[in-house]
Design a binder for this molecule. Structure first.
Ligand code: CAA
Length: 379
């Protein structure tokens, strides 16, 4: 067992750390304040090959493995969790199911668009009455000659109002429950596709979240992803991979908060010495460092298992659960070290704490992760 990162993975981390320091950090506060999608940085991430980095080279990607993608999301999220989220969704929830389940024609058409073509991807599963109970979605797809007609709406869609390509789940046979759900590749230009409400959120202000509405939306028959009735499994498998991305995002948020707090406490003098010299501060940092190490091991383990083509459902759920709770705890404790300053927008801690909260909710709440873990430990 080798716990060292390969040279390639170390280079990926170095490249992304530099990008984060030079391009992401300077605009992170403004992105949060203005709720602006960080378009220029996403374009640069396309140019660097990070958007769609796991897409095989023959389809325009970098042919990177899931660990490399996780490292990128972790580094970006140290300074801007919104940017990490946009990349995680594009790579894990849109490119990945097309790589895994797409036909040769689908891969040849859509993967180059999602890499060299700079088109952003999204994933549409959640509905107003189908959140944790994802199988209860009401969006329907009816076959009509050479196309399907989709009707319904999806909510909380990350990249919703900037994406061009959507992996969408809809019922093709309501009588069959989870086995009546199918997956489709839908373009925003298809007739009957529209973007509904833009969400105003507590955090992740740079990550565009929207409702997606299908009104007699015409989807060519050849855009069925995988077989009819296999959509729920595709959704679950995709979310297994997506949860590695959210674990990496949460880990990055925690690491970023800890870095900020360490720098601050070394310079903040109270009672005659830097507050980093008080044992209470040091013990808090010791716990944070230990939890980051544990979260990193869980996350990288899940990513390596995915890269090896092994089952990683339980490991991804554990990584996401652990890292998201770590992010929430760490941002809270780090903010506390700043005292009143931490509660202001002069420092990034209040943003990091707001951003951390969503990692306990989306791509399966912490409760759902416990359902998945308990269902996979032989009970
Ligand atoms: N991999 C492969 N197959 C899986 C699987 C997995 N990880 N998990 C379940 N399945 C299969 C089962 O084997 C079963 O197959 P059979 O029909 O052959 O028996 C089928 O799927 C149904 O499984 P369950 O009976 O376990 O399904 P369930 O209805 O009880 O739901 C659940 C299970 C884990 C609770 C699931 O509903 C779930 O993960 N819920 C959370 C959904 C979620 O994370 N939503 C966030 C989406 S993100 C989004 O939409 C917006 C965005 O942009 C971020």
């Amino acid at each position: 067992m080798d716990f060292n990162l390969s040279r390639e993975h170390q280079l990926v981390r170095k490249m992304m750390a530099e990008f984060t320091e030079n391009e992401v950090k300077p605009i992170a506060a403004e992105t949060d304040k203005t709720s602006q999608y960080p378009r220029e940085n996403i374009e640069k991430l396309f140019n660097l090959g990070v958007m769609g980095m796991c897409v095989p080279k023959e389809y325009g990607g970098a042919g990177a493995d899931p660990l490399a993608s996780a490292i990128c999301i972790e580094e970006l999220s140290k300074q801007c969790a919104s940017t990490g989220d946009i990349v995680a969704t594009h790579n894990g929830l849109c490119c990945d199911p097309i790589i895994t389940h797409g036909t040769e024609a689908q891969k040849a058409k859509y993967l180059p668009m999602l890499t060299k073509g700079h088109k952003v991807g999204a994933f549409c599963l959640t509905e107003s009455d189908a959140g944790s109970d994802a199988a209860k979605g009401q969006t329907e797809a009816k076959l009509d000659g050479d196309h399907y007609v989709l009707n319904g709406s999806k909510i909380f869609i990350t990249n919703g109002y900037v994406a061009d390509v959507f992996v969408v789940f809809a019922m093709t046979d309501k009588s069959k429950g989870t086995r009546g759900i199918s997956a489709f590749i839908v373009e925003s230009s298809f007739p009957g596709f529209s973007v509904g409400k833009h969400e105003e959120k507590m955090g992740l202000h740079g990550s565009p979240t929207a409702e997606i509405v299908f009104t007699d939306c015409i989807v060519p028959k050849e855009n069925l992803l995988g077989q009819e009735g296999k959509g729920f499994k595709i959704a679950m498998q995709t979310l297994d991979g997506g949860r590695i991305g959210i674990a990496a995002q949460a880990l990055g948020i925690a690491e970023g908060a800890m870095e900020e707090a360490m720098a601050y406490t070394k310079g903040r003098v109270q009672f005659g010495k830097p507050i980093s010299k008080f044992q209470n501060t040091q013990f808090t940092f010791a716990d944070m460092a230990m939890r980051s190490e544990a979260g990193r091991l869980l996350t990288y383990q899940a990513a390596v298992l995915k890269g090896e083509g092994k089952r990683f459902t339980k490991e991804a759920a554990m990584a996401k659960l652990f890292c998201s709770e770590h992010a929430m705890l760490t941002t809270t404790k780090a903010l506390q070290m700043f005292g009143g300053y931490g509660y202001t927008k002069d420092y990034p801690l209040e943003r990091m704490m707001r951003d951390a909260k969503i990692t306990e909710i989306y791509e399966g709440t912490s409760e759902i992760q416990r359902v998945v873990i308990s269902g996979n430990i032989g009970l």
